[in-house]
Design a protein around this ligand. Sequence first.
Ligand code: DX5
Ligand code: ZN
Length: 233
Amino acid sequence: MIIAPSLLAADSGRLAREVVRASRSNADWLHVDIMDGHFVPNLSFGPDVVRTLRPLTRLFFDVHLMCSRPEVLLAPFAEAGADQITVHVELGEQVTPLLWKIKSLGRKAGLAVNPPTSIQLAQPHLDQIDTLLIMTVNPGYGGQPFIHETLPKIQQAAAWRRELGLAYRLEVDGGITFHTAAECARAGADTFVSGVGLFQHHRLAAAVAKMRAAAVSAAPPRALAAAPALALV
Ligand code: DX5
Ligand code: ZN
C-alpha cells in the first residue's frame, strides 16, 4: 500500500516545513497537484516549487498534471525532480504521445480519469502506464466529498489488471479519509492520495499509519490466479 499526502492541503505559507513533516511521517509518496487555471478552474504550483522542495526529502514525487497543454510541462517537471508524471485521459489523441514522452524522460507514467469520464477510455493505454489514477472527486480543489459512484471504476481497473497480467498501481485521489480509503482498498485500490484527510491531523505520522492500516485490513487477499504460471517443460 502506498500512502501519498497531497501537498495541496499543506500549509502553503510553510511548504518546506510541511514537506519535511510528510517525509518524517512514514508516507511513501508526496502527491503534487499542478493546476493551470484552464483544465481546472484553479492554479497551484509550478516546476520551481518542485525543484525547491526536491532536496528536502527522499519521498517519491508523484506529479499530477491537471493541465490542458501538459506537453510543455513534461521536461520542466522531469528536470525539477518528478519521479512520476500523470496526465489526464480527457486529453484524447494526445495521450499516447504524452505517455511516450514521459517514459522517454526516464520518469514513471500515470494516467488519470475524471469522475464523469468512462474508464473504457483508459483501456487502450493500460500496457503503457505505471499508475492508473481514478479521480474520486472532480479535480480542481482539495477538501471535496468522495464520489461513491467512482467505486465500480476501481473494481473494473483491478479486474483488467488481473485479467491482463499487468502491474500498474491503482491510485485514488479526492475525498480520501480513513473510511473511504478502506472502501477503495476493498474495490482494489493500492495507492491512496489524501490532502485534508491527512494534513488536518496534527500528528501526521499517526494519520498515515491509520490510513495504511485501514487500507490493508480492507484489501482483498491477493488472487492466486494473478500469480504467473510456472512454465512446464
Ligand atoms: C484534486 C486534487 C487532489 C487533492 C485531494 O483536484 O487532484 O490531489 O489534493 O485533496 P483531498 O484529499 O483534500 O480531497
Ligand atoms: Zn491530485
